[in-house]
Design a binder for this molecule. Structure first.
Ligand code: N7H
Length: 474
């Protein structure tokens, strides 16, 4: 069984997440940092502790007590340059050597593999702060701003930040917040998120119908299913791929408004509002409620969306080789093609997708859309997703999904279909064109503006507690 007291909490269970600080830091003084880390490790929240927190929250609710119980969680992860600075040999974390995404770092990967736009000097067109080397990230999450502010002061005190004895320097601190009210689990475009994450063997107790559970080594280094040999200290960790993704929400809404579908796939006339909603659902592959369009293609079904036994139970098999129910390029079909790859006769060569699964743990940042933005259709305030996902191999997970699936107009591959699927309409980088948005004219290609723009990121490794305590701290 997995040692849940050895694994950082965000990886398997997700830290409590109403509000989160992402603190990107540089190590200023290696000896001091390693000494300070001895005091920091005890406040790192493990999976076991997150599960205990959840029980406490459930108990609090059961007893009908008011408000939220104060609850914070702290995690830490390091980049390759961070390990270099610390003088720690991380070679078992980079099995691909000089091509390993962890080793080259996301700044270079963004330009060579991910397709991010570049500036004239060849750097990715990112926020300046992310063009520096970032040695690590500290995540602080909790139920209120007051709790995480307090925890941040505690963390800063441990590393003597703002004093001459400082062992780290904060390069950037970004606060993420779930959205208010009934939008709390929805991302900024309005779609329910966090429905489909891999169910992990040896960890999850209840398995809901959906993609088959994965070996723990798909997410955790050194566990069953991770093909790489890892040094002892590097076992039970996970790679954290972070992306600073801005979303142009008013522009997305205007696009849907300007291009409503006239009819659904049954030939039924739609009102402009219904036509725009269906178009939006077909870019994502789910309705805003979360209901998958592969199951309920032309009409939202909020009860289905809310039912964990049904809301992930689909595999694009309703109409093999067809975009009638769900476009090939729809975001959830691109990023988890399910039977498109796994089950003949649809795929040319069946390929298991287990090793492509990622554990998504992002949080929204930025304010709600204002009235002026709604009226003008133009973004005036930065907002989006602090995208974060865990996996045991970046080249199998995040990097592969972005480069080989989202950015590829011929994926998923079908022999019998004349049209290319096109890029992922939300995250695909390149010429964002996509077929299949109109269910009655699958070959029609629509061009889409860039609604999601990467402005930074890095690859980190989130070590086990033992790794932190025995190898990294001193
Ligand atoms: Fe995506 N969105 O609002 O449309 N994503 N995503 N994502 N995404 C998913 O099924 C979104 C991004 C995946 O197993 C849902 O839980 C936004 C990146 C994967 O069926 C919605 C951004 C990558 C899945 C969104 C963004 C992925 C997934 C449906 C950026 C990887 C699960 C909710 C701002 C490279 C697929 C759900 C599955 C689902 C949205 C980014 C991957 C609504 C707004 C960069 C693997």
């Amino acid at each position: 069984p997995l040692n849940l007291t050895n694994i950082q909490g965000d990886i398997l269970s997700g830290l409590p997440k109403k509000t989160q600080f992402y603190i990107f830091f540089d190590i200023k003084d290696v000896a001091k940092f390693r000494a300070d880390l001895v005091k920091f490790v005890p406040i790192v929240k493990t999976v076991a502790q997150v599960l205990k927190d959840r029980d406490d929250i459930a108990d609090h609710k059961r007893r009908g007590l008011p408000g939220l119980i104060p609850m914070v969680g702290v995690n830490i992860a390091f980049s390759h340059t961070g390990f270099q600075k610390l003088g720690i040999d991380d070679s078992t974390l980079t099995p691909l050597g000089d091509n390993d995404p962890f080793k080259i770092g996301q700044k270079r990967d963004a330009v060579t593999n991910l397709g991010d736009k570049t500036r004239s000097d060849g750097q990715p067109d990112w926020d300046e702060k992310f063009l520096k080397d970032l040695h690590g990230i500290i995540l602080i999450s909790g139920e209120s701003h007051a709790s995480i502010e307090k925890k941040k002061l505690e963390v800063e005190a441990i590393f003597h930040v703002h004093t001459p004895k400082a062992s780290i320097q904060e390069i950037a601190t970004i606060r993420g917040d779930v959205r208010p009210g009934d939008q709390s689990a929805h991302e900024h475009f309005g779609f329910l998120d966090g429905i489909s994450n891999p169910q992990v063997l040896g960890f999850d107790k209840v398995f809901n119908p959906g993609p088959k559970p994965v070996d723990p080594g798909v997410v955790l280094t050194g566990e069953t299913g991770d093909p790489a040999a890892r040094a002892d200290w590097a076992v039970d960790g996970s790679f954290l791929a972070f992306r600073y993704l801005f979303q142009e929400v008013p522009e997305f809404d205007q696009f849907l408004k300007k291009n409503p579908l006239a009819k659904d796939g049954d030939g039924k006339d739609l009102t402009p509002q219904e036509g725009s909603d269906l178009l939006g659902a077909r870019t994502v592959g789910r309705w805003k409620s979360g209901a998958p369009i592969d199951v309920t293609p032309f009409k939202d079904d909020p009860a289905l969306a809310a039912d964990p036994r049904r809301n992930n139970d689909f595999a694009f098999q309703g109409e093999i080789n067809s975009q009638l129910r769900c476009p090939f390029g729809a975001h959830v079909r691109k990023t988890n093609p399910r039977n498109d790859l796994e089950v003949p006769p649809a795929p040319i060569n069946p390929i298991p997708i287990e090793k492509r699964r990622i554990m998504r743990r992002g949080v929204q940042f930025g304010p709600e859309v204002t009235r002026e933005e709604k009226i003008s259709g133009k973004t005036q305030h930065g907002r989006g997703l602090l995208f974060a996902c865990y996996q045991s191999h970046i080249e199998n997970g995040f990097q592969f999904i972005q480069q080989s699936w989202a950015n590829s107009k011929t994926f998923p591959p079908f022999e019998t279909q004349p049209e290319d699927p096109g890029l992922d309409p939300l995250i695909g980088q390149g010429v964002r064109e996509m077929s299949g948005l109109d269910p009655l004219n699958e070959q029609k290609v629509l061009s889409l503006p860039d609604f999601i723009i990467p402005r930074g990121g890095e690859y980190f490794f989130s070590p086990s507690i033992k790794g932190l305590k025995n190898t990294i701290a001193k």
